[in-house]
Design a protein around this ligand. Sequence first.
Ligand SMILES: [Fe+2]
Ligand SMILES: [Fe+2]
Length: 327
Amino acid sequence: MYTTELGKTGPTPNEREDPALVAAFEARVAADEFIEPKDWMPEAYRKTLVRQISQHAHSEIVGMLPEGNWLTRAPSLRRKTILFAKIQDEAGHGLYLYCAAETLGTSRQEMIEALHSGKAKYSTIFNYPTLTWADMGAIGWLVDGAAIMNQVPLQRTSYGPYARAMVRVCKEESFHQRQGYEIMMAMMAGTAKQQAMAQDALNRWWWPSLMMFGPPDDNSPNTERSMRWRIKRDTNDDLRQKFVDATVPQAELIGLKVPDDDLVWNEAKAGYDFGAIEWDEFYAVVRGEGAVAKERLLARRKAWDDGAWVREAADAHEAKRQARQAA
Ligand SMILES: [Fe+2]
Ligand SMILES: [Fe+2]
């Protein structure tokens, strides 16, 4: 999972930066070259990337919580092993991304502290509660599906370590999306009660999934510069449209109804027109007013505190190893 959704204004380019260096950097990016950790880069580029990659990493890690809640209640051993594998993948995504952000000169500790203090953000989607097993289907299908739309273009993002991390992440996200859709398929082939659960999950997750692409383009102040620097390769609205166009037929195929009365195929644009998104709800969730926002942060802080002994043991082991080597 990942988020460009907050639309905050980043630092303005530092006017004291050497114009020749800036021009050379811009030319490399425009020629689709990768920028690597030791290359010169404008401070604003570095800061934007640290913010985006660390938000992305936090989203992967916080995103484990709503699904983790259902591990003990998965309806069969098969479902449990699949869900377990999926959640472990998300931990891996978080780790690759923290590593990619560290190459920009920020430490893991700083990033984790920013998350725990509420200074850093993560995707708003994880501040909604998971009420039934069908939510595991809806999350994989819609939330991981939206993540794929966001992340596929990032395989060609201009910062090398971020782009390379995305290659593996995207392969795994595609498995996540299919396992979610497969849960929905199974439920829609089941009893009336199971079908109602699946429809209810779609009703609750549809709009928050559309919000995952971030504010509309005319209210996304960073988009223009991030596109020029090839940090972002598509606008929020373009990605949202692609997601709607890909997902609506999947819903219809298994007998689900997308909860949008304004949804209609538009022949001229070869895509769907869809209803207005409630952005007030989105901004409220960004401000931390999501139903389970507090619970999520408490769970992360507890995990960090409970894991302190592991970090201490690793440090002690490393100190011993170095002492042995010195002797
Ligand atoms: Fe992920
Ligand atoms: Fe995923």
